[in-house]
Write a protein that binds this ligand. Structure first.
Ligand code: ATP
Length: 251
């Protein structure tokens, strides 16, 4: 579903590559998390995939084809919900379809209502974002990401600003959505436990510049409950990942 082939990237103001000859791939329908030290370039991978940045060399493929010249092949949800405060929830959710164009208003309204119901926010469409709780705003932002209609969802630390209980509720909610929708999800987090609870695989950034992502299979079948986190194999994986990250930060 997503493939990086020998991708290299450098920010204009820097004199070194932040991503250097990186290759990896994510299969259709996978839920994969990316973890690594702060500032190592995780979000840069997302920005390159969404063409918010342009790579220096290499190729990025979605669904087997290069992303160059294409639009609408991925939905991107950033760290903060970024709902427009002056728009109602309905108006926020219509946005990706308005940008794409060519969809009749009645059809947009139908899709918005259906998606709000899908994420448990039926009846909240006329509210403004400030009237929603943090968890509800994230659900609305996720609904807007779904309304891009893309099979590939890039979620960049979507729950990092939430309190602990809302966060674990949202993690369970997201897993339910993923199991129901069969989308491909690439998820950035700083939280090792969140990564292993949600993902089938965890990719670890081992060094900067990013030359490779080390892949760890998560040894727990879906559907999952949080109880799986206390299983010995999951605890062992969690400790392995934490010590790997610690080593990277101290190097
Ligand atoms: N627009 C920019 N111009 C120049 N340098 C940038 C720009 N955006 C990010 N960087 C630098 O590139 C590096 C990688 O940034 P990026 O946001 O991809 O890291 P990250 O791993 O997602 O960080 P975090 O986990 O803290 O969100 C950082 O050192 C950052 O300072």
């Amino acid at each position: 579903m997503l493939e990086f082939r020998n991708v290299t990237f450098q920010y204009d103001v820097e004199d070194f590559n932040i991503i250097d000859d990186l290759s990896f791939h994510i299969g259709k329908g996978e839920f994969v998390s990316v973890i690594g030290p702060s500032g190592c370039g995780k979000s840069t991978i997302f920005r390159l995939t969404g063409q918010l940045l342009t790579r220096k060399s290499g190729d990025i493929l979605v669904g087997g084809e290069s992303i160059d010249g294409r639009r609408g092949y991925c939905g991107y949800m950033p760290q903060r919900d970024l709902l427009f405060p002056w728009r109602t929830v309905n108006e926020n959710l219509r946005l990706p379809m308005e940008v794409r164009g060519g969809i009749p208003r009645a059809e947009m309204d139908r899709r918005v209502a259906e998606t709000l119901e899908h994420v448990g926010l039926a009846g909240w469409g006329d509210k403004r974002p400030e009237e929603l709780s943090g968890g509800m705003r994230q659900r609305a932002a996720f609904a807007r990401t779904l309304l891009t209609g893309s099979e590939l969802l890039l979620l960049d630390e979507p729950f990092s600003a939430l309190d602990f209980l809302t966060r674990i509720t949202m993690q369970e909610w997201l897993l339910d959505q993923w199991e129901r929708d069969s989308k491909t999800v690439l998820f950035i987090t700083h939280d090792v436990e969140e990564a292993i609870f949600l993902s089938g695989r965890v990719l670890v950034v081992e060094d900067t510049p990013i030359r490779r992502l080390r892949s760890f299979e998560v040894p727990a079948p879906y559907p999952r409950t949080r109880a799986c986190l206390t299983e010995p194999r999951m605890l062992e994986l969690r400790e392995n990942l934490i010590s790997l990250l610690r080593r990277e930060v101290s190097e």
